[in-house]
Write a protein that binds this ligand. Structure first.
Ligand SMILES: [Zn+2]
Length: 352
């Protein structure tokens, strides 16, 4: 039981957070800053799961979580927000439900969308900190540009196989992502589906990101402002690389020498599938507000089996074709021969 009462906090909250309120680096004033903070976690896969669990449990008052995927069985090895009962559910819906169970004292705002160059600013606007749980560079660049423009600190994190890296971008003070990792096309990079990823490196990198985000919320200088921490699980080495702001950076430099790296809007793209199956993803820039009741009726009329009917999306299967439609209009179609077939199915399902 709490031994003292604090304005703005219930006894139950004081009890919940008691082990960090006693920390010198947080205390009661820090707990209030956490409660007042608005944080956006973009991507609730491996990194995002660990980040969201920690930030929610620490009491970040408003947590916006953004992801376009549904939970798959192959996620569960590392994405600890989810269990087998959530396979087929939109990740943000499953994550929000889990977070409400973890901490009833905070607000969680699930956004079932892809981050695109067309919507990144709208997604992060009004946030105090943005934390990266992504697995591709294009949406990171979109976020980085939005955060630099709006002056929002952005905690970058990336993992693959046994290695990971973290850096904290403070607009106007530190290098941005494109100063130190610019110009990388996603099709040049290995993916987790192909290369694999160890859950331990994810937890390490995610924990460093959370520590950085909390320092920002506390008003303290982040440890990785202007530096990249590189960790290799294989020999458990941590290497700190000091980064220099690039004056010629087309995103944050004072004297850009070139145009920013062009970003594909990616409203329609093919992503890597398993066992040679082709997977197509449609990502609208704006929330289309799909009527899921009507969609479900249409799916059943067309002979699809609905495997999950969730509040923010539906998953379905018919023969070799598998897919999901989220309330935002994000659509994944798997197991078809080519993009035209995928487009046709989506148009049929959404009544376009
Ligand atoms: Zn830059």
């Amino acid at each position: 039981m709490a031994r003292f009462s604090i304005p703005g906090f219930s006894d139950a909250e004081i009890d919940y957070y008691s082990r960090q309120i006693v920390l010198d680096s947080i205390g009661l004033s820090g707990q209030r800053k956490l409660k007042d903070a608005r944080v956006c976690v973009v991507g609730v896969g491996g990194l995002g799961s660990s980040i969201v669990i920690q930030l929610a449990s620490m009491g970040v008052g408003y947590l916006r979580i953004v992801d376009r995927d549904v939970v798959e069985a192959s996620n569960l090895q590392r994405q600890h927000l989810y269990g087998v009962d959530m396979v087929g559910y939109p990740k943000v819906e499953a994550a929000a439900e889990r977070v409400r169970g973890l901490n009833p004292f905070i607000e969680v705002d699930p956004v079932p969308m892809s981050v695109t160059p067309g919507n990144a600013e709208a997604i992060v606007e009004g946030m105090d900190v943005v934390v990266d749980g992504l697995d591709a560079m294009t949406p990171r660049y979109a976020l980085n540009r939005a955060c630099v423009k709006l002056g929002i600190p952005y905690v970058f994190g990336a993992v693959i196989t046994n290695v990971g890296s973290v850096s904290t971008i403070v607009p106007g003070e530190t290098p941005c992502v494109e100063c130190f990792q610019g110009g990388i096309a996603d099709d040049e990079l290995p993916t987790c589906a192909v290369a694999g990823v160890h859950p331990s490196i994810i937890s390490i990198i995610a924990s460093i990101q959370v520590s950085e985000a909390v320092r920002l919320i506390m008003g303290r200088k982040p440890n990785l402002a202007g530096a990249l921490m590189y960790c290799d699980l294989e020999d458990l080495s941590f290497e700190r690389i000091e980064l220099a702001r690039v004056d010629s950076c087309p995103v944050c430099g004072s004297d850009p020498v070139s145009e920013p790296f062009p970003l594909k809007h990616g409203s329609f793209e093919e992503i890597c599938g398993r066992e040679g199956r082709r997977v197509f993803v449609f990502s609208p820039d704006e929330d289309l507000g799909v009527d899921l009741e009507a969609l479900n009726g249409r799916l059943e009329g067309l002979g699809y089996l609905l495997t999950v009917r969730a509040r923010l999306g539906t998953s379905f299967v018919r023969g070799a074709v598998k897919g999901s439609v989220l309330s935002s209009g994000v659509t994944v179609i798997e197991g078809v021969d080519g993009p035209e077939v995928a487009r046709g199915i989506r148009a049929e399902l959404l009544g376009l």
